[in-house]
Design a protein around this ligand. Structure first.
Ligand SMILES: [Zn+2]
Length: 259
């Protein structure tokens, strides 16, 4: 089991959990005890924005194919920038909307989310355009917001500001990432709403992935299984071509025979 694609994801997620074990000033994320493929995260609103002072919590759901496919992010704390309980994907802007680099990590996704907060999200998936004063009010209120699953209150989760030197670097990286990435609707397959359902669809996805990864991991990267219908469409076109060729051949033969 451990050598299958899901085993690959498990290994990767365990490694990331290890790397992210300690909260930073800007972000913290850890898997749920009962499900390695769902994490809860906390991010700090970026400085010099309507989200300054805000601390926001959410869920990250990983597909069985992670890191080949992107995680989905769901915001839980009212913030005025992202819709609550709505699945959001991150992808590189200017490319195929579903593109995601396996070298990216949970840290990348969290920093990108921080970087997105002060950007204008008009029209983008999962975006809200609350007025600044409403966002500032929500930012202040977020400190006392509690997650019933993690049993944590926002103001206690992150390292206090000014306790390390990495914050400025992280904020700069967050800005940089937000300029390169897009928010997108998650692929259809990953839209089941509960972790149990996700786990079930993960299992269902495994057979797909087994076929792909048995040839090579690289091909799974360059041709991600974002469109499970592509292969069936290709074979349909092939069959249609063969049938039309046969019809033409039969017509030619019939004409010869009849004349
Ligand atoms: Zn939580």
């Amino acid at each position: 089991m451990a050598s299958g694609p899901r085993g690959f994801g498990v290994k990767r997620l365990l490694r990331e959990a290890q790397e992210l074990q300690k909260p930073t000033e800007l972000y913290f994320a850890q898997p749920l005890e009962e499900n390695l493929f769902e994490w809860h995260f906390t991010i700090r609103g970026p400085p010099d924005s309507d989200f300054t002072g805000g601390i926001y919590h959410g869920r990250i759901i990983f597909p069985a194919e992670y890191p080949m496919k992107p995680p989905t992010v769901i915001l839980l704390t009212p913030n005025g920038r992202f819709e609550l309980h709505k699945r959001i994907c991150l992808s590189i802007s200017g490319f195929h909307p579903e593109s995601w680099q396996p070298s990216w990590s949970i840290r990348t996704a969290l920093l990108a989310l921080v970087g997105f907060m002060p950007t204008d999200g008009t029209g983008a998936v999962g975006s809200l355009s609350y007025p600044p004063e409403e966002r500032q009010k929500l930012a202040q209120e977020s400190a006392n917001w509690r997650c019933d699953t993690c049993n944590c209150v926002m103001k206690d989760v992150l390292l206090p500001l000014g306790s390390s030197e990495t914050e400025d670097k992280d904020v700069a990286e967050a800005r940089e990432l937000a300029s390169q990435l897009n928010l997108t609707e998650p692929a259809k397959k990953a839209t089941s709403s509960e972790p149990a359902a996700v786990a079930a669809s993960n299992v269902e996805n495994l057979s797909h992935l087994n076929q792909r990864t048995s040839t090579s991991v690289h091909s799974a990267v360059s041709q991600p299984a974002d469109h499970p219908n592509t292969t069936s469409l290709a074979s349909f076109v092939r069959i249609a071509l063969i049938i039309s060729l046969l019809v033409v051949l039969i017509a030619i033969v019939l004409r010869r025979v009849l004349s």
